[in-house]
Design a protein around this ligand. Sequence first.
Ligand code: GBH
Length: 494
Amino acid sequence: MCSRAVVIVLALTRALEVACLKNFPPGFRFGAASAAYQIEGGWNVSDKGESIWDHIVHTRPGFVADLSTGDEACDSYHLWEEDLKILEELGVDFYRFSISWPRLLPNGFSNHISEDGCRYYSALIDGLLARGIAPVVTLYHWDLPQNLQNLGGWTNPLVVEWFADYARVAFFLFADRVNTWITINEPCFVCDGAYRDIIAPGLKDHEIGALLCTKHVLLAHAVAYRIYDEEYKPIYGGEVSITNQEFWLEPKTEADLELTLLAREYAFSRYTYPIFSAEGGWPPTLKAYMARKSEQEGYPRSRLPALTPEEIQMIKGSFDFFALNHYTSRTVRALKPGEQPGHYMFESVEEVGAVLESKEQWASDGSEWLKVNPEGLRHNLNLTRQLYGDVRILITENGCSSADTLNDTGRVSYIRDYLEQVLLSIEDGIKVIGYTAWSLMDNFEWRDGYQTRFGLHAVDFTDPRRTRTAKASAKYYRNVMRSRSLHVDHKIEL
Ligand code: GBH
């Protein structure tokens, strides 16, 4: 009798725990994200300069699967007020969008600031603030001015200055109204993606180019961070970080543990350790591995470029919070002798001799690469704390693509299941401060064009007005934000 009562009490406590667990803590922020090239269109309006994406879609036919371009995209350049409308209806706390560098600085340099570019972003920011939505601004989401690319782009050490000049202009114009800044979106794509011919400028040089790029991206970020920290933070008190994209990587078998640690260092910590670790500099195991490998290959020095003590200091600690984009998971095993490594970043980490695979039980919906494994997010968040301590973490992107329909139940469960892992991570004691759904609306999904749709809202790309329509996931996400909890009915009448 007595023991039954205990069991009941325990069960009730457990139920209460679960109920509590479903509420987001006070102060937790929800948002939605987009990126300039993926939504704006207006690629050559006014004095806007050409970006590396403008260039590649016009000069390399077939680079984009459906032969489309971002020339018009969602036409947010003209229809930004429509974006404000859907953001307001959605009920987000913040909107993460990016500034197109060549729209603000047509030739990439700060000697000429586009009045039109300035007016465009200023109006967007004011419109957000008028609706009580905080702007979260990314300075670089993959659209480098083409003339800077002609000078070597991210492999030219001078890009550090060019980016710093650009950041300075953006801070000068908008820091009075923008309190959260992301310098660079996913440096792993900016460097490895770009030099593995996955995104613009579509070059093949992952052994040298990508590694030079890594160093310069880190320095560019750090210099921009220091400018804000010294000149703007004392006045406005805002925050700056860099957004890193991380797959959760786990060993395929116990024997693959060491390789997994090295693969993580190569793929992800190469961009985070120099900034977020207490020691700074390159991740130690990777640094030793690259030095050894480069020597074996006959190079006089490591292909992973050296960082001077001053550079290490400059980069170390250049953050106010940790920004994470997370979508999916992979298992890691060793490349077999004679086995051809896959071309895509999510198939292999060939530099360290690793193959990335997924588990059968991880389903995918609209994108082959995006295997659904919600627990991966919790593991990833815990790993971040393990590596970098008790840092506050803002999830700056999470979401999935799904079939072209308004009843996107796959996306509803994806968001629900990943948000549940956010709550569990908060229970673990991780300081997750916010969540951003990728994406506000269907848009130009890079190599996939318009065939792959990540939006909470559908966009009719055949209609010149690019009508935006809420999908079931938008309605679901709105309910989550209203109730600040996951206690919501998932079956929504359309
Ligand atoms: C994010 O990157 C990006 O920040 C965002 O812009 C993008 O829309 C979102 O993912 C969804 O993909 O088709 O050959 O270009 C996450 C990493 C980058 C992985 C693009 C898939 C596709 C390879 N994604 N990549 S390709």
